[in-house]
Design a protein around this ligand. Structure first.
Ligand code: ADP
Ligand code: MG
Length: 763
């Protein structure tokens, strides 16, 4: 008998034993489970210690032992023949185009099966024929299938080449397809051929036309990886085609794949191979969702394992600040306002940590505008007054400049010496600054990731504050906190307490759940473009009253990293506003500007150098201009609700009443309902919940982007059950094998994930 067989038999015995209520009578003839297991100890030695005292345990205790033993055995069961392991290197024989494919993948930095298979779709495109074409609004995307009736080439009045094809749709209706300036459809789109096309639909009254940006001739019965189905879209550099990556992934998936976590299937989740296959080539939406759940389950499980293993260690020493209540009172009295109760509570928790001799690792969470900066500033001032230095790291130069001026205002009275360090800091200035810093003549250094350069040496760094932490990677943080200062991380992402451990590992949590007094809620209205004139009139009245406004340009699809598109969107909106609002001073802010130019523009705006700031979502994070009272978002239906909430958080920062106008250019029932959430709620957490509720199964999304760093609140809130299950399994696994050595594949995968970052690992 081999190990697998032995394992299989024992599992049957365990099952029987459980069914009989764990009374140690499943194998009475051989003297109980202890004796049975010890007979097989040569084959399965890890099991024996679990059963030495089995007879003496009560049924509950026995049941737990059986559970542990079953987990150990699950690893012994035979899996598919000769599976490839996630960690194995990619090799030429996996691919139909052999070395060529391998070379291309290497250029992309993809070396192992793991890296290729976990290249996750950024989003999905539903390329199944779109139902009810006739009801779609102008400009929608649609996919159609049908037979080409006629095709011809033409010159338009402006001299452009047009290629026109008439398609008889499967539904019976005829639809013209139009290509501009493209010669290659001519060779393929021939009468009698069946084709699938996807593109933008144009509607003129009842007339429809489609401008395809993708089409494919249906040849034979071979199922296409690229058409007529839900198709994954990856983030790829220019010159690498989606089709190539899809094919390579499918070729690797043709082999069986070892699952480091076979126990997940017992929880009703698909096996890893099935899940990855589905994620890369979905068969339908419901199955895809299950597959994504499996991958998220793994994420949660590895996170739990990581934090449970870390919790076993002891707390590292930190800086023991001697902060008295009088000191605290003195510092907070220097602020230009009284702290709210929630701010005071959070500061109290931070101070308590700072006083302890172990290193602080605390997360300060509060909605936009809740006043996290004031709390952080107080902590920094307290550290400085003890003779220590503090560092504040923020994600962008714009924010760095702004935080510096806020902090200077807050701390002026206390004589705190501040400095600003960014990528844009000139070499001479930088050198002087670093000298001051090393000599201990700067108390608080504010900056971007420029703080992480190795030559940035503090004399006595005692406190590190990291704002909007999700934008920094693990390794980056390590660099800054190498001298073991106390660490405070600030975030506006509302994470329920029950989930915080999973996301933030063993960080302690402080929450600011109250807004500063005198804030009137931002009055929010969703309008259709037809009512723009009234909205403009309202805007002008606000500006005439001395206030300022933001206008956010529509999100340009596919342009997350496309600065040209960003520039165009901002420029055309600026011109349009200039026409509509003559005499108003408009300042554009766009992605093509350097960070110094952006900061300059915002500074200029804050000094009332313009009435309206036009921008894309660059202004989403942290900009604080209290005199701005109106936020207008164009094509608001294209934004996520959380993002709109962040944008709205830019106004309502002063005493004056503030307004948010969301222009819904779609006007569907769905867009009205979604945007309506912002009219009704001010609370970020509530909005996230509603968003989740409204996300029907109709929405396909590239769920996980590039791993854990991108876990979003929506997923977390919807995954509470999954997280609880992961937690439970992680605990069981560690009970069965405290260092995981009984599960080598799992251990390897955990190590790989920790090393390849992605896992939050603050300290
Ligand atoms: P957050 O960083 O949490 O988004 P900020 O710290 O930028 O919020 O605070 C938002 C605004 O509220 C700032 O203009 C700040 O000066 C002001 N503020 C903060 N705390 C108070 C308070 N206790 N009383 C009055 N105003 C406050
Ligand atoms: Mg902030």
């Amino acid at each position: 008998m081999d190990r697998a067989e032995a394992a299989d038999r024992l599992l049957k015995v365990f099952k029987l034993e459980r069914e009989r209520g764990c009374r140690d009578d499943a194998v009475r003839s051989v003297g109980g489970l202890r004796d049975l297991v010890s007979r097989w100890s040569a084959l399965l030695p890890a099991l024996e210690p679990l059963f030495l005292d089995y007879r003496e345990l009560d049924p509950a205790g026995r049941c737990q032992r059986l559970e542990q033993a079953e987990l150990l055995l699950a690893g012994e069961l035979p899996s598919a023949p000769a599976p490839s392991s996630l960690s194995s290197e990619l090799s030429a024989e996996l691919f139909s185009t052999g070395r060529t494919a391998l070379r291309k993948l290497r250029e992309l930095g993809l070396r192992s099966c793991h890296q290729l298979l976990y290249l996750e779709p950024r989003r999905y495109e539903d390329r199944r024929p779109t139902p009810n074409l006739a009801d779609l609004p102008d400009g929608s995307r649609a996919t159609v299938a049908g037979v080409v009736r006629s095709a011809l080439r033409r010159r338009s009045q402006t001299g452009k080449t047009l290629f026109l094809a008439n398609l008889a749709l499967d539904s019976g209706r005829a639809l013209p397809l139009v290509w501009f300036q493209q010669s290659w459809p001519v060779r393929q789109v021939l009468p009698g051929r069946r084709l699938l096309a996807t593109g933008r639909l144009q509607r003129r009254g009842r007339q429809l036309q489609l401008f395809p940006d993708y089409f494919e001739i249906e040849e034979g019965a071979s199922a296409s990886q690229n058409f007529g189905r839900i198709v994954p879209v990856y983030s790829l550099p220019e010159g690498v085609s989606q089709v190539f990556i899809r094919r390579c992934i499918q070729e690797v998936l043709r082999r069986p794949l070892a699952d480091p976590l076979p126990q997940a299937t017992a929880l009703g989740l698909p096996a890893l191979h099935a899940a990855l296959s589905e994620v890369h080539l979905p068969s339908d939406q419901a199955v895809l969702e299950k597959a994504q759940r499996r991958l998220r389950f793994d994420d949660y499980l590895y996170l739990e394992l990581r934090s449970l293993l870390a919790a076993g260690g002891h707390d590292p020493p930190g800086t023991p600040f001697q902060i008295t209540p009088e000191e605290c009172a003195l510092v907070t009295a220097a602020l230009p306002f009284q702290l709210t109760g929630a701010q005071r509570r959070a500061l109290g928790e931070i101070v308590r940590d700072m006083r302890r001799p172990v290193q602080m690792a605390r997360l300060l969470q509060g909605d936009v505008g809740s006043g996290k900066t004031a709390v952080a500033a107080s902590a920094a001032a307290l550290a400085a007054r003890q003779g220590y230095q503090a560092a504040l790291m923020v994600p962008t130069e714009v924010l760095a400049r702004q935080h510096l001026s806020t902090l200077q205002a807050l701390l002026a009275e206390l004589g705190i010496r501040t400095g600003l360090l960014m990528g844009a800091t000139g070499p001479r200035e930088r050198q002087a600054l670093l000298a001051e810093l090393a000599a201990g003549r700067i108390d608080l250094l504010v900056g971007t990731h420029a703080l992480l350069e190795p030559d940035v040496q503090f004399a006595r760094l005692g406190l590190v504050i990291i704002d909007e932490e999700h934008r920094f990677g693990v390794r980056q943080r390590r660099q800054l906190i190498r001298g073991r200062p106390d660490v405070l991380v600030m975030t506006a992402t509302p994470i329920p307490r029950s989930l915080a451990l999973t996301v933030y590992g063993d960080l302690d949590l402080s929450v600011i759940d109250e807004l500063p007094p005198g804030r009137t809620p931002v009055r929010t209205r969703v309008i259709r473009p037809e009512h723009r004139a009234q909205a403009d009139a309202f805007l002008v009245r606000q500006l005439q009253a001395g206030h300022q406004a933001y206008v956010v340009a529509p999100l340009v699809e596919e342009s997350e990293h496309d600065l040209m598109a960003d520039l165009q969107a901002v420029t055309s909106l600026t011109q349009e506003l200039g026409r509509r609002l003559p005499g108003i001073r408009i300042l554009p802010l766009h992605g093509k500007m350097s960070s110094a130019e952006k900061a300059e523009a915002i500074w200029n705006f804050a000094q009332r150098g313009a009435d309206v700031l036009v921008s894309t979502t660059v202004i989403e994070v942290g900009i604080d201009v209290p005199n701005a009272t109106v936020m207008v978002v164009e094509d608001a239906q294209r934004f996520g609700l959380a993002q709109l909430h962040q944008l709205r958080g830019r106004v309502g920062r002063g005493a004056a009443a503030s307004y948010c106008v969301l222009v819904d250019s779609e006007g569907s029932r769905r867009s009205r309902e979604r945007l309506g959430v912002l009219e009704r709620y001010q609370d970020g957490f509530k909005i996230a919940e509603e968003d989740l509720r409204l996300r029907g199964p109709g929405e396909l999304k590239g769920l996980r982007q590039s791993g854990l760093a991108e876990l979003t609140l929506e997923q977390l809130a919807g995954d509470e059950d999954l997280i609880a299950a992961a937690k439970g399994l992680a605990e069981q696994l560690l009970r069965a094998s405290p260092d995981l050595s009984a599960f080598p594949e799992l251990q390897g995968e955990l190590r790989r994930r920790v090393e390849e970052s992605g896992l939050r690992d603050l300290i």
